[in-house]
Design a protein around this ligand. Structure first.
Ligand code: NAD
Ligand code: USQ
Length: 397
């Protein structure tokens, strides 16, 4: 397959590009390097020493003899460039990672809120409109989020995107149908992913664009089989208060001797997946496209759920780190349960990497190895969700 990876310089896109290239696919990365500019804006750098994209690509060719192309393009702003790219390159599939993905960054200010909405919604819409205008049958695989569902499901197992409902019908039998699972986003970032869902539903229905939307949980881990081949291929590792995700932050904090920053009571339950399983899921999704447009294929891309305080306890146990309950900067439920159906990927053969296998290795091989690069001042989460959290009132929904 010829595959365009939009956002292929990022934390998920880079290992996905290498994995697909390694599998023999022809891969082209499209990225405007905005994530690297945000690193500069925040004064925060990846814990791991990521190399410039051109050097990464050269290292891939030197190491494996394979080539990955690169087009510097803003998918959200340069519609003509995107259309030209699709018309010229004619990819079989587009994997769309090219969005601003940090919830805390999206909640920092009206500027970052507006940037996140403009960038994410336009990027997704441009991809869909350009595919229709280019008149090509390109399979779109989008990286969405578990967070579109919201996290309070009253014990119900979240189905893969669609909910069976029975609607009362005056005096007649109830109508049985399926609807998109109602969204309940908890940040501007998660809201853009909810808006993406509607764009996908529309373009599938109206233009029969074939779309797979992967509702992904929080990624943990850093490297994959390919990014480990040469240090110049290393993946990024975010640990700062905006972009660092919870488990990787805990691993890094354990490595540098910083008390693990549990928000509030740590009662939030979230879905997780290892970065190596993420790249495999993307491959499985590409290999199993929906046959027709009409309806978006939605898959839950996660392998385990964990409560934040349990994760902190686990990381503390294997590393000796201490735990500190800090005031929650976010507006979110203090406690929630989460049950998720991930049957499709398991049926397609995914064999999950479990926390119990990979966690210690992650602390030793990545977090401790690069601990000397850490800037501890960047650890605290300073993005406050609203006037309540700014006033120090404990978060509750
Ligand atoms: P990232 O910020 O590391 O990578 C995103 C990449 O897209 C960056 O290289 C950035 O430069 C590029 N980009 C952003 N806007 C662009 C634009 N307009 N034009 C061209 N390139 C653009 O993020 P990530 O962690 O790799 O996440 C990728 C996708 O996966 C996101 O859409 C995110 O919502 C989703 N996701 C990530 C996680 C996670 O834990 N990291 C979990 C669930 C879902
Ligand atoms: N948390 C802590 N301490 C920390 C950091 C986070 O307790 O130091 C808590 C947060 O309050 C939250 C939970 O951990 O309750 C998860 O936070 P996170 O930053 O790891 O994850 P989130 O903001 O949801 O975003 C991340 C990715 C996003 C992706 C999402 C998947 O940045 O791109 O969409 O995970 S999901 O959470 O399933 O929606």
């Amino acid at each position: 397959m010829k595959i365009a990876i939009l956002g292929g310089d990022g934390f998920c896109g880079w290992p996905a590009a290498l994995h697909l290239s390694d599998q023999g696919h022809e891969v082209v990365i499209v990225d405007n390097l905005s994530r690297r500019l945000i690193d500069d804006e925040l004064g925060a750098q990846s814990l791991t020493p990521i190399r410039p994209l051109t050097e990464r690509l050269r290292a891939w060719t030197e190491t494996t003899g394979k080539t990955i192309g690169h087009v510097h393009l803003d998918v959200a702003q340069d519609y003509a460039g995107l259309l030209d790219f699709l018309t010229t390159e004619r990819p079989d599939a587009v994997v769309h990672f090219a969005e601003q993905r940090a919830a805390p960054y999206s909640m920092k200010s009206s500027r970052t809120k507006r940037y996140t909405v403009d960038n994410n919604v336009n990027a997704t819409h441009n991809v869909l409109a350009a595919i229709v205008e280019a008149d090509q049958d390109i399979h779109v695989v989008h990286l969405g989020t578990m967070g579109v569902y919201g996290y309070g499901t009253a014990g119900m197992k979240i189905p893969e995107g669609y909910l069976d409902v029975e609607i009362p019908h005056e005096g007649q039998e109830n109508i049985e149908t399926q609807i998109l699972y109602p969204t309940n986003p908890g940040s501007i970032y998660h809201m853009t992913k909810s808006l993406d869902q509607l764009l996908f539903a529309f373009y599938a229905k109206n233009d029969r664009v074939r779309i797979t939307d992967l509702h992904q949980g929080i990624i943990w881990g850093t490297n994959t089989a390919q990014t480990l081949l040469d240090e110049r291929l290393i993946n990024r590792f975010d640990y700062d208060g905006d972009y660092g995700t919870v488990l990787n932050r805990f691993l890094m904090q354990a490595a540098v001797g910083y008390p693990l920053t549990v928000h509030g009571t740590g009662g939030q339950t979230r879905a997780f997946i290892h970065v190596q399983d993420m790249v495999r899921c993307v491959e499985l999704a590409l290999d199993n496209p929906p046959e027709t447009g009409d309806r978006v294929m939605i898959l839950n891309q996660m392998t385990e759920t964990h409560r934040v305080r349990d994760l902190a306890e686990l990381v503390g146990r294997i590393s000796g780190a201490t735990v500190e309950m800090v005031p929650n900067p976010r507006q979110e439920s203090a406690e929630n349960d989460l049950h998720v159906s991930n049957d499709t990927f398991l049926d397609l053969g995914l064999q999950p990497t479990t926390l119990s296998e990979g966690l210690l290795m992650e602390v030793e091989d990545t977090a401790r190895k690069y601990a000397h690069r850490a800037d501890l001042a960047k650890i605290p989460a300073t993005s406050l969700w609203n006037r309540r959290t700014q006033a120090g009132i404990p978060a509750s929904m």
